[in-house]
Design a protein around this ligand. Structure first.
Ligand SMILES: *[C@@H]1O[C@H](CO)[C@@H](O)[C@H](O)[C@H]1NC(C)=O
Ligand SMILES: *[C@@H]1O[C@H](CO)[C@@H](O)[C@H](O)[C@H]1NC(C)=O
Ligand SMILES: *[C@@H]1O[C@H](CO)[C@@H](O)[C@H](O)[C@H]1NC(C)=O
Ligand SMILES: *[C@@H]1O[C@H](CO)[C@@H](O)[C@H](O)[C@H]1NC(C)=O
Ligand SMILES: *[C@@H]1O[C@H](CO)[C@@H](O)[C@H](O)[C@H]1NC(C)=O
Length: 423
């Protein structure tokens, strides 16, 4: 345990600096881009409604009717939280809202109720999760929100067991954790945009170079080792970038350079997902399940992140009380590109699944650290953090969705086995 603590803290400073720099460069300019939007709020994948879900519960196979778990509303859950900042050491300093004096706790006490299902989405059962995950490996591919999700999972699992550090590199952004009793490994793969990118050389430019048709091999080369890969991306695409395709500049997002076409962030976002999915479909040794965890929006109100915007709400939104056009558009792009890739995946016998949690997270303006991610006097650029999520907090519920999807996958496996035996 001591080792874990020292490992966590020795690198804390660096993490802090990088996170601060990362956030300080966030530029939220999309308001400059008027666009015509499809009126469908949070366009949904068409989920087959009549198929049965086979589930293994305490060794007994049960069947349930399938339903769309991703569209619904938040309902009170007085039993939460399931861990605190004293029982879980994996809470990142900036997301330890109680430590920095957040006065209200109601934001922790909600669970998800899907519209079309008979029951609420079950709250996370760490024993059940670890049974499914036994002998398996799971990768979280993405940015600091992806890491936030992974840390939430570690905290929820801490009700059963703490992992040991099993990192293969001394890089805080590529950590691995192993649950010894269950032989289950979690890994984090840092990628800002999912595709190959070069950070701005801040002395000359504030522009990222994004190679929209080139995979980020820091994760694509490693996924062959994983049974589950959870990918996500979003916030970094708001930043000014130059787009390369076929190793030539094809345009940019808010670069303000002469003779370079501004294609908007939406163009780059679409291409980045297309390339990421292609890399997964083309990977010869990846035989696992890929989950796309859809965009988790920020909730700045009264200004942008650097203009005094803040997130002060204490309760979830009721459904459709409000909408955010940019989130809607990013989400729609994700679903469209996922749909394309899924067609291809079916032909190749690969498994791509959707963790379509954008609507649920959009309805949680109350779940961010705001000013409780640091000491009041701290000089940090993202003073009001409305991007990441407090732990404990609504991001814990992403693991309720994840477990529900893992159970479905297990059910499909059982069904396939049963069919095999019968034939
Ligand atoms: C946990 O939160 C409490 C407030 O609820 C705070 O006083 C304490 O310092 C925090 N502890 C840690 C280890 O973060
Ligand atoms: C642990 O899991 C890995 C796969 O993740 C497997 O290769 C290995 O054999 C397992 N070890 C034991 C002791 O079960
Ligand atoms: C990429 O560029 C090369 C050389 O400029 C060209 O031959 C090739 O056709 C281009 N490929 C695509 C897909 O545009
Ligand atoms: C922009 O392109 C035009 C036509 O190709 C060229 O004459 C001009 O010098 C370019 N301007 C810059 C700043 O590169
Ligand atoms: C806050 O930090 C920035 C750079 O990180 C520095 O330029 C600025 O002077 C600092 N402000 C104060 C009040 O320390």
């Amino acid at each position: 345990m001591e080792l874990l603590h020292s490992a966590t803290f020795s690198s804390k400073q660096r993490l802090l600096i990088v996170v601060t720099i990362a956030i300080s460069l966030f530029t939220i300019i999309p308001l400059l881009y008027p666009f015509v939007e499809d009126p469908n709020f949070f366009l949904k994948q068409q989920h087959p409604s009549q198929t049965s879900i086979i589930e293994l519960q305490n060794g007994v196979i049960t069947t349930q009717k399938s339903c769309d778990i991703f569209s619904g509303e938040w309902v009170p859950n007085p039993e939460a939280p399931y861990y605190t900042n004293t029982t879980c050491w994996a809470i990142h300093e900036h997301q330890n809202c109680m430590k920095f004096g957040r006065p209200d706790t109601d934001f922790i006490k909600w669970k998800w109720k899907p519209d079309g299902c008979e029951e609420d989405l079950p709250v996370f059962d760490p024993f059940r999760f670890l049974e499914i995950a036994r002998g398996k490996t799971m990768a979280f591919v993405g940015d600091s929100v992806s890491r936030n999700h992974m840390q939430s999972l570690i905290c929820l699992l801490s009700q059963v067991e703490y992992p040991v550090d099993a990192s293969v590199k001394a890089d805080e952004y590529f950590k691995r954790w192993r649950y010894e009793t269950y032989n289950f490994t979690i890994a984090a793969f840092w990628t800002t945009h999912l595709v190959k990118s070069t950070e701005p050389d801040t002395s000359h430019t504030n522009l990222f170079d994004l190679y929209l048709d080139e995979a980020d091999e820091r994760w694509t080369a490693e996924i062959g080792d994983f049974d589950y890969v959870i990918i996500s991306s979003g916030h970094w695409h708001f930043r000014p970038s130059v787009y390369y395709e076929n190793q030539t500049i094809t345009g940019c997002h808010y670069c303000q350079l002469p003779n370079i076409t501004d294609l908007t962030m939406f163009y780059g976002y679409r291409k980045a997902f297309r390339t990421a999915f292609k890399a997964i479909l083309d990977s010869e040794n990846f035989e696992g399940v890929m989950y796309l965890r859809t965009f988790a929006p920020s909730h700045f109100e009264g200004g942008l992140w650097n203009e005094g915007g803040n997130c002060l709400r204490k309760r979830p939104y009721q459904n459709d009380e409000t909408q955010d056009r940019i989130t809607m558009r990013l989400h729609k792009i994700q679903l469209q590109e996922f749909g394309r890739a899924e067609e291809e995946a079916k032909k190749k016998g690969k498994r791509l699944r959707l963790l379509d949690t954008t609507q649920a997270m959009w309805l949680r303006p109350d779940g961010h650290p705001s000013r409780y991610g640091h000491l009041p006097e701290a000089n940090v650029s993202l003073y009001n953090d409305c991007v990441h999520w407090c732990l404990p907090g609504p991001i814990d519920n992403l693991n309720d969705f994840l477990l529900a999807m893992l159970k479905r996958e297990e059910g499909k496996g059982l069904l396939a086995q049963a069919r095999k035996k019968l034939s």
